[in-house]
Design a protein. Structure first.
Length: 240
């Protein structure tokens, strides 16, 4: 790893509460598999050890927030205490209180937008919904929530000879406050049961000459070294 990569990793590390047993569910966790939330509670936030997709995403976040800082508040932290002693938390990427709007920045590819528009249970839908919930609890009025996509496959598409958007903004239909609270208490009840949840479902399998590899486990989960299912799925611990 060179000096620039090392410095970028250090500067983009998670800055919130990284300790285990936090008794808080963050907006970004709502749409994840229960096992991922369980491992986060047990081990805390795992720091990045290499330059990866998470680092790239953080760099894009910082750049956009810096460019829009004259109109939008960046990384607006919110927390709402629930009746069971736990909290719902969130850190909003871009917030304009006067215009009652907020944005969550995502660095992804074109197909993700299609998935979101066709899947009301998508993780990003839940995350944006929780932000809206927290803002209503904090300010007492509703905000409009948007997903701001920075598309890695944007630019000129030579195969189809057309220009694909590099940035796209989506205003999806969000979950109700009742749905958020119902899901929150369900998650907490499972975590407090002390029973390790079942294996994650959406693993993004990729076929290889020797079988199939769970891409999500290998490339996007910080807890794969601590997960009992990981070695069963990927006994050779292949990384690519």
């Amino acid at each position: 790893m060179n000096k620039i990569e090392k410095l970028l990793i250090e500067r983009t590390q998670y800055g919130g509460n990284s300790k285990p047993n936090s008794k808080a569910i963050s907006a970004s966790e709502f749409g994840k598999d229960i096992l991922q939330i369980y491992l986060r509670q047990k081990y805390g936030v795992i720091e990045n050890e290499s330059f990866n997709q998470s680092t790239i995403g953080s760099i894009c976040h910082i750049g956009i927030q810096e460019l829009l800082k004259d109109k939008y508040i960046s990384e607006y932290d919110l927390e709402h205490k629930m009746s069971n002693g736990w909290s719902i938390t969130g850190s909003i990427d871009l917030l304009n209180i006067r215009d009652r709007e907020f944005f969550d920045i995502k660095v992804t590819k074109q197909y993700t937008i299609t998935k979101i528009l066709n899947d009301s249970e998508h993780q990003y839908i839940w995350q944006l919904s929780v932000y809206k919930y927290l803002l209503k609890k904090h300010f007492g009025f509703d905000f409009n929530g948007y997903l701001l996509f920075v598309l890695k496959d944007g630019g000129f598409n030579f195969k189809n000879m057309r220009e694909n958007p590099s940035i796209e903004i989506v205003n999806p239909h969000l979950k109700s406050n009742e749905e958020i609270e119902e899901k929150f208490y369900k998650i907490v009840n499972i975590l407090e049961s002390g029973i390790e949840p079942e294996q994650c479902k959406d693993l993004w399998w990729r076929k290889t000459k020797t079988g199939s590899i769970p891409v999500k486990c290998n490339k996007y989960c910080s807890y794969n070294k601590h997960c009992k299912y990981f070695k069963q799925l990927n006994p050779m611990n292949i990384n690519f």
